[in-house]
Design a protein around this ligand. Structure first.
Ligand SMILES: [Zn+2]
Length: 180
């Protein structure tokens, strides 16, 4: 495997580079440097260059995904029975746990990601904010709303996320009205 990495050095980011990325913005910059789409973000590609494996598998409806250490690799699992746009948010949320919370080798199994009673300081809320920043960067979100369209469906298509994710993002950035 080492031979393959030498032949194609940009395929996977070095461990040092991975651990120097602590924010959604840094990960978006990393994706762009590797030729990945940033809007909508190629979240699968980003996870792969971080040397994390993705497992799409059927889970019970209440479960969205997980971040686990398996056979010497980090693995992000996602419930493939959920809508593809919801799966993208799950992937970004688990990536948030990886960047923000896994440093002591911790693992996460996630149920429904949006809950009304979420403590705003909790790791779950942090991972949701991280996912929103990754998939709907604030500057691009504001540019699109003011310059292109403020309709939820248009915004959701632009970022390839769910209408629910758009509504929560809009509310958190202080937008209201227009069906948001
Ligand atoms: Zn979580």
């Amino acid at each position: 495997m080492a031979v393959m990495r030498r032949k194609n050095p940009k395929r996977v980011v070095s461990e040092r580079d991975i651990y120097s990325c602590n924010s959604a913005d840094e990960l978006i910059a990393l994706a762009k440097r590797h030729g990945l789409s940033d809007v909508p973000l190629d979240v699968d590609g980003l996870i792969r260059i971080l040397n994390i494996r993705i497992r799409r598998e059927a889970m019970d409806d209440e479960t969205s995904g997980y971040l686990k250490r398996m056979d010497e690799h980090w693995v992000i699992g996602v419930n493939n029975l959920h809508h593809p746009r919801r799966q993208r948010f799950t992937l970004a949320h688990e990536l948030g746990h990886f960047v923000l919370h896994q440093k002591n080798g911790r693992e996460f199994v996630d149920k429904i990601l949006y809950r009304n009673n979420l403590d705003s300081n909790s790791e779950e809320a942090e991972a949701n904010v991280f996912a929103a920043n990754l998939l709907m960067p604030e500057a691009e979100f504001r540019r699109f709303l003011s310059g292109v369209s403020d309709q939820v469906e248009d915004i959701a298509s632009h970022f390839n996320v769910s209408a629910l994710a758009v509504r929560i993002r809009a509310k958190n950035l202080g937008f209201s009205g227009h069906g948001l």
